[in-house]
Each structure stands twice: as C-alpha cells, then as structure tokens.
Design a binder for this molecule. Structure first.
Ligand SMILES: *[C@@H]1O[C@H](CO)[C@@H](O)[C@H](O)[C@H]1NC(C)=O
Ligand SMILES: *[C@@H]1O[C@H](CO)[C@@H](O)[C@H](O)[C@H]1NC(C)=O
Ligand SMILES: *[C@@H]1O[C@H](CO)[C@@H](O)[C@H](O)[C@H]1NC(C)=O
Ligand SMILES: *[C@@H]1O[C@H](CO)[C@@H](O)[C@H](O)[C@H]1NC(C)=O
Ligand SMILES: *[C@@H]1O[C@H](CO)[C@@H](O)[C@H](O)[C@H]1NC(C)=O
Ligand SMILES: *[C@@H]1O[C@H](CO)[C@@H](O)[C@H](O)[C@H]1NC(C)=O
Ligand SMILES: *[C@@H]1O[C@H](CO)[C@@H](O)[C@H](O)[C@H]1NC(C)=O
Ligand SMILES: *[C@@H]1O[C@H](CO)[C@@H](O)[C@H](O)[C@H]1NC(C)=O
Ligand SMILES: *[C@@H]1O[C@H](CO)[C@@H](O)[C@H](O)[C@H]1NC(C)=O
Ligand SMILES: *[C@@H]1O[C@H](CO)[C@@H](O)[C@H](O)[C@H]1NC(C)=O
Length: 422
C-alpha cells in the first residue's frame, strides 16, 4: 500500500518536471502520450498486484480520520522531499513557516483556518475598508444562453467548494487530493465542520482570509452556506462550485452518519432520544419533518445555495428560499455537479478548469479498483422503506425541485461542452 501511494505521486512528479522544462506544445503532447501509456501499464500492474482492500481503511471515527489524513500528507512529504518546492500544499507542513499566533487571537478567529491558509492575523485585525471598485460582471440578459451557462463566474485563482454533507464527499476529497498534487495547486479541506452559518462580521473575516492567502491557485472546501462577496463589498469574488445528490440518498446517509458519529465520538448533533433509531423507526415515533430536521442531524441542501445574505429566511421552507437559491446558482456557481453523473461532472470540470482538473477522469478511473469507483462510505446506503419515503415526500418537495433544477442545468452544460468537443 505504501509503495502504491508513493508511486502515484511520482508519476505526477515526472509529468510536472517534464512539462515545466518543455514549454513546446508538440513536445508536451508527445510526452503526455508517453505518460498515458506509462500510466496504463502501471495501472495494469497495480491491478494485478494489489488485492482490493484499498477502501477497507476503517474511518468511522471522524477525528481519527483527520489525523490519518494529516499523517498521510506528512508521509508523502518525507518520501518525496524534492517535490515540496512545486507543491504549495506541502509548504504548510514546514513548521518554521507557521506564524506565532497568540491563543487569544486563535480563539477570536476560531472560525478561520488560520494555519492552513497561512493568514497574517494582523491583517484580519485591521479595519476593513469596503471596496468601491467592483470588478464583478453579472451575466447580462442579452448575452447568448451558452455563454451564460459556461461563463467563469468569478476569479478562478480561488475556487470555493461549499461542500454539502453526504454528497460524495470522500470520493471527491480523494480526487481533489490527487489533482492538486498533479497540477501543483493548493487544496485545503477546512478543519472546521460547524456551524454552516456566520454573521456579517465573521463573514467579512472569512472572505478576507480567502482573498489574501499567499497561494497562486487555491481550492478551499468547507461546509458553509453560500455568501455573496459583493454584498460584503469585496471588489471580486471567487469561483463557486458544488456537488449535490438525490435528496433521499443524502438524507438517509446523513441520518445514519450523524448517529454513528454521535455514538462513536460523542460529537452529537442529534436529539439523543433518536440516537439508536433508523429513519424508518423515527417516522413512527415523531412527525416526519422532525426526523429530517437540523436538530436531528439532517441538513438541508437549499440553505447551502440560498446563502447568508438573508440567513433566516433561507432556513425556512419557503418559496423565497428556493427562488434565492436558484438565483445564486445562476449568478455565482460556475458548475454544480450531480453525484449520479460523477464522471460527467469531472468532464465538465476538466473543460472549464483545465488548470485544476486536467486528467481528472483518468485519475478517477485509475485510483480505485474497477468494480467500485466511488468511495464505499459514499455509496453504502440503506434507503428507508417505501412507506417512509412516501411519508417524507411532501417535506422534500423543495429539495427535489432544487435538485432537479441543478440537474437540468448541469446536463445542459455537459451537452453543450460535448457538442463543442465534436
Ligand atoms: C477516535 O479517535 C480519537 C483520536 O484518534 C481517539 O482518541 C478515540 O478513542 C477514537 N474513538 C473511537 C471510538 O475509536
Ligand atoms: C510530521 O513528521 C514530523 C517528523 O517527521 C513529526 O514531528 C510531526 O509530528 C508530524 N506531523 C504530523 C501532523 O503528523
Ligand atoms: C522551512 O522554511 C524555512 C524558511 O521559510 C527554510 O529556511 C527551511 O529550510 C524550511 N525547512 C524545511 C524542512 O524545508
Ligand atoms: C510565541 O509567542 C509566545 C507568546 O506570545 C512566546 O512566549 C513565544 O516565545 C513565541 N515563540 C516564538 C517561536 O516566537
Ligand atoms: C484574480 O486574482 C488574482 C489574485 O488575487 C489577481 O492577481 C488577478 O489579477 C485576478 N484576475 C482577474 C482577471 O481579475
Ligand atoms: C458575530 O459572531 C461572532 C462569533 O462567530 C461573535 O463573536 C460576534 O460577537 C458576532 N457579532 C455580531 C455583530 O453579532
Ligand atoms: C446586502 O444585502 C442586504 C440584504 O439584501 C442589503 O440590504 C444590502 O444593501 C446589501 N449590501 C450591498 C453592498 O449590496
Ligand atoms: C440527552 O442529552 C441531555 C443534554 O444534552 C441530557 O441531559 C440527557 O440526559 C440526555 N438523555 C439521554 C436519554 O441520554
Ligand atoms: C442506545 O443504545 C445504547 C447501547 O445499546 C444504550 O446504552 C442507550 O441507552 C440507547 N439510547 C436510547 C435513547 O435508546
Ligand atoms: C450506518 O452507517 C454505518 C457506518 O457508517 C454502517 O455500518 C451501517 O450499515 C449504516 N446503517 C444503515 C442503516 O445504513
């Protein structure tokens, strides 16, 4: 396993070294083809050699999982010390780069990934001067619908992925780890899991931390509701992306996992009366909407897009929340994939952000065994029974409407891009 983990990065490393030496396009193409052939041979050998226990690392323990992740980074850091100049991500691990920040400041900015983003906290303490110089282009209504759909909606030197719980998180996380390595961009999955919403003062600090990091290209991933940089009077906003999945699958997984985390780690975001229940049992004891509420450890998708400008109204099931969510999606989200079409999602990412996602599909197809490409933790779902689903349906109407809206939009983007390809 160790050798497998270290040989994947070494291929990326060779690719990067060569592509930085030879700027000539034709050479690059030749080298690329050589590398692809090499990859195919390598994968063939790996599939032959390695038994299929890649997904069997038990990661039920959330905090243990985090430590594992960090250890893994540390490990590859030691194996490939020469790579660290190229991969910005690794610079974080150099202890002497960590700024000495007082405990008091850390507490005050506990909602910011200070170390990972390598933020100068003095800057955060300075008074924020709103910008009057807006650099934000909203899609004009008379532009062609294709260009509206495929526009880069923000400055792509920072990508914000406001991850929704239980939407292929593990599959996407591993992929991002690999592509960030391949393309030398910084990928920071936030270590802050809750809350998803913040007041305006805190949001300004978060937004500042994301506009003043020292990285050339950053993909920042965090469970946080959408927030509008222009409403906070920033002159630019980053590119937003996301990934959603069929609501009933997401809810089944969220219900179970919140209880699992509570039982195993005592990090409980659920009503402890329902801690041992399945969703089927819960709807027999309580009204259905209670079982799928935030208080019971099941998050909603709509507020992730409706956002924090109208924070309270966005928490309600309302036509307002749905409408605002759709509007934010149209204005600010360059792409929102659907887990059910994950491969197509990668295709769209490759086309729209080649500097981040080129070869993403190749990597995806080759990092796991061919029987199951997605992470087990993302697909091992026991759906509730038909009666429960029927009971929940009326309460999921808006979630489904938004999901279908996103799905249509995504499939349109996919179709246009494939047509342009042919
Ligand atoms: C979860 O992980 C933490 C840190 O590694 C450990 O202290 C704790 O005992 C673990 N809990 C379980 C239930 O494994
Ligand atoms: C990384 O490795 C160094 C030494 O090899 C060790 O001191 C440090 O604790 C490790 N960091 C993590 C987060 O495991
Ligand atoms: C860490 O960074 C400092 C300068 O920022 C550098 O002098 C030192 O060599 C680096 N350490 C390692 C292990 O790369
Ligand atoms: C960090 O700051 C603390 C107190 O602010 C101080 O005691 C400590 O010596 C500092 N450490 C370094 C490495 O500067
Ligand atoms: C995007 O942001 C980067 C870094 O903040 C900046 O250097 C660049 O000029 C911006 N690009 C555009 C098109 O505004
Ligand atoms: C905003 O929230 C922070 C904590 O995240 C809190 O310290 C601060 O007092 C709040 N500010 C306002 C104006 O409510
Ligand atoms: C931000 O949104 C609020 C609520 O809609 C609005 O009152 C305020 O004027 C907006 N601010 C800016 C700068 O757009
Ligand atoms: C549920 O949690 C509350 C406080 O969080 C505690 O007082 C109560 O005893 C718990 N009930 C059960 C059945 O564990
Ligand atoms: C849940 O199950 C555990 C272990 O079986 C038990 O100790 C606990 O009392 C149960 N809690 C509830 C609320 O039924
Ligand atoms: C709940 O999740 C755990 C581990 O995350 C899994 O072992 C179990 O089968 C799941 N239960 C259901 C009903 O999906």
């Amino acid at each position: 396993m160790g050798s497998q983990r270290s040989s994947m990065p070494s291929i990326f490393y060779i690719y990067r070294c060569i592509s930085s030496i030879t700027r000539n396009r034709r050479y690059q193409l030749h080298i690329l083809i050589t590398i692809i052939i090499y990859l195919i041979i390598y994968i063939y050998i790996q599939v032959k050699l390695i038994p299929t226990n890649r997904n069997s690392i038990s990661c039920k323990n959330y905090s243990q999982n985090l430590v594992l992740n960090i250890k893994e980074k540390n490990e590859s850091f030691q194996i490939l010390p020469s790579v660290k100049i190229y991969t910005e991500q690794r610079v974080i691990l150099n202890q002497s780069n960590v700024i000495n920040i007082s405990q008091e400041t850390r507490l005050r900015y506990s909602f910011i990934d200070i170390d990972a983003l390598n933020i100068n906290t003095n800057f955060l303490d300075e008074i924020y001067h709103p910008s009057t110089n807006f650099n934000i282009k909203f899609p004009s209504s008379n532009s062609h619908s294709y260009s509206r759909l495929l526009n880069m909606k923000g400055n792509s030197s920072t990508i914000l992925y406001n991850r929704i719980p239980q939407c292929y998180e593990f599959t996407m996380g591993l992929l991002l780890k690999h592509v960030s390595y391949l393309h030398s961009f910084t990928y920071i999955p936030s270590q802050i899991y809750t809350p998803f919403s913040y007041n305006q003062t805190s949001l300004i600090s978060i937004a500042r931390s994301l506009t003043n990091h020292k990285y050339n290209r950053l993909l920042y991933e965090r469970h946080i509701y959408f927030f509008d940089f222009s409403n906070l009077t920033f002159s630019e906003h980053p590119v937003w992306i996301n990934l959603v999945r069929d609501p009933i699958y997401r809810i089944a997984l969220d219900f179970n996992n919140s209880r699992e985390i509570c039982r195993l780690t005592n990090r409980c975001f659920v009503n402890n009366n329902t801690i041992n229940d399945t969703l089927d049992k819960c709807v027999l004891k309580y009204p259905p909407h209670v079982c799928i509420s935030q208080e019971n450890g099941v998050s909603k998708m709509i507020p992730f897009f409706c956002g924090l400008t109208h924070s309270i109204k966005c928490q309600d099931d309302s036509t307002f929340a749905l409408k605002q969510a759709k509007q934010n999606i149209d204005f600010f989200y360059t792409v929102i994939g659907i887990a059910e079409e994950f491969y197509s999602f990668l295709y769209v990412l490759e086309k729209l952000f080649p500097q981040y996602f080129k070869h993403a599909r190749l990597i995806y197809m080759n990092t796991r065994d061919s029987h199951q490409l997605a992470d087990n933790r993302d697909v091992n779902i026991q759906l509730p029974n038909k009666i429960t689903i029927k009971l929940l349906e009326p309460y999921l109407k808006d979630e489904y409407e938004l999901y279908n809206y996103i799905k249509r939009r995504f499939l349109d983007q996919y179709r246009i891009l494939t047509e342009m390809d042919n």
